[in-house]
Write a protein that binds this ligand. Structure first.
Ligand code: SAH
Length: 420
């Protein structure tokens, strides 16, 4: 199915169109500076005057104090992030051809992944970092998941999807909506989180490959778009460290790191998570890969509960592991949460070391966008030193190929590898 046919029953057929007239925004000096530096966001408090009111998805043009063109983007009156920039410096016509060019550029950046038939799950569009702000497109084999973070995309969805169909043909498209969007049905024109936009109905999870391992993802109900695609490269590194080891995977979700460790020859793998459905999925993911002798040979254990409590219990019980992976959810999405996040990373470092055998390996990741990698690495190494278990870091990693960093706020993932 490589061409888009919008039938009268399609949810796409009743979506509004953007207004033909563009909104002129006259921006403050701060706003001008941000836009001239290539920043993809214009906040409401940087707008001094505007030509007329608009609705989400209307096109807006930002001008400096001398009425010179700065940028064009998607207007969103429902958000303090009032315009998401589509193009800096020169005007653009936002049509299928524009989308096509940007999607093709995104695909080119991922060429090594797209040509690798051992990996059929990856991120095709990573929002601002790919010049398509507020939009994520993930692929799981024949299923594409389109995730919107702004109602401003809705009037452009049909054009966008027509371009997607050309660049990445798929059998089905699923729509996901950010939490903020889900709370504003008045701007959604009948679109709902998890709805099928096109193609074959989905009755259960979809299967896809990551570096030759088979995983299930639930694009309709799963966290993010169904899987944490951003950890692919860290998982591969863990595989290379796992031979003969007793491994503990904390915040395991559906067992990504666990399965790689098992394929890498781990003796035992324990997957710890507070979500029982996630652990049940981890068990199914192990079952999907039993044809691999090392996976079949590894003993897989599930530990359900709160990571902070369970790690303390495991330590009291005298449990030890040779390789401990800790990949928690984001602790700081706002600046005010940074201190608390850093103290949680320090606490997890102490707890992880409490169950790590002497000479063992600690892998600790952070996906908190507000926590810088310097602050994260310093906090973790300091906490370990204070606990009398100084770390010997041997790798610090960042973003995978399909999660490029296009602006400062786009850098969120960091991972420390250390021996003790
Ligand atoms: N490491 C995973 C992704 C982790 S996402 C991967 O490679 O795919 C974060 C996970 O932490 C989620 O599965 C969530 O259920 C779990 N979680 C959140 N808070 C928790 C807590 N306090 N204790 C244990 N698990 C928790």
């Amino acid at each position: 199915m490589d061409k888009l046919a919008i039938t009268p029953e399609s949810p796409l057929s009743t979506l509004p169109k953007a207004a033909p007239q563009r909104i002129a925004l006259h921006v403050s000096r701060d706003g001008e500076r941000a836009l001239r530096s290539g920043h993809p966001w214009l906040f409401d408090n940087s707008i001094e005057r505007q030509s007329h009111a608009g609705k989400p998805g209307d096109l807006a043009v930002a001008f400096d104090q001398k009425r010179r063109f700065l940028a064009i983007g998607l207007y969103d009156p429902t958000s303090p992030l009032r315009m998401r920039v589509l193009q800096h410096g020169t005007p653009a016509t936002l049509d299928q051809a524009w989308f096509l060019a940007h999607l093709q550029a995104a695909a080119r950046r991922r060429a090594p992944l797209l040509g690798d038939n051992r990996t059929t799950g990856y991120r095709l569009v990573h929002g601002e970092n790919d010049g398509l702000p507020g939009l994520v497109v993930d692929r799981y084999a024949e299923t594409l998941v389109i995730k919107l973070y702004s109602a401003a995309w809705i009037p452009h969805l049909a054009d966008l999807l027509a371009a997607v169909a050309t660049v990445q043909p798929a059998q089905r498209w699923v729509l996901r909506l950010s939490r903020t969007l889900q709370k504003a049905p008045e701007h959604l024109y009948g679109l709902t989180d998890g709805m099928l936009l096109m193609g074959l109905a989905l009755t259960g999870p979809v299967l896809f490959l990551e570096n030759g391992l088979c995983f299930e993802a639930d694009p309709i109900r799963g966290q993010k778009t169904g899987f944490f695609l951003d950890q692919r490269e860290n998982r591969a590194r863990v595989e290379a460290l796992a031979a003969g080891q007793r491994v503990l995977n904390v915040f395991a979700y559906n067992g990504g790191f666990s399965l790689y460790a098992a394929r890498g020859g781990a003796r035992q793998v324990a997957s710890l998570d507070s979500s029982r459905p996630a652990l049940a999925a981890a068990e199914r993911n192990f079952a999907l890969n039993q044809h691999l002798p090392t996976v079949a040979a590894a003993e897989h254990q599930l530990l359900a509960g709160d990571a902070f409590q369970l790690l303390a219990h495991l330590q009291t019980a005298g449990q030890h592991y040779d390789l401990v992976i800790i990949d928690p959810p984001a602790f700081a999405k706002q600046q005010t949460e940074v201190e608390r996040a850093l103290s949680a990373y320090a606490q997890l470092t102490r707890l992880g070391l409490g169950v790590l055998a002497s000479g063992g390996t600690l892998v600790l990741a952070s996906c908190s966008s507000r926590v810088s990698s310097d602050a994260f690495f310093a906090t973790v190494t300091q906490a370990a030193a204070q606990a009398g278990r100084p770390l010997h870091p041997f790798a610090q990693t960042a973003h995978a190929l399909d999660h490029p960093i296009g602006f400062a706020e786009g850098a969120y993932l960091k991972c420390l590898y250390a021996r003790t």
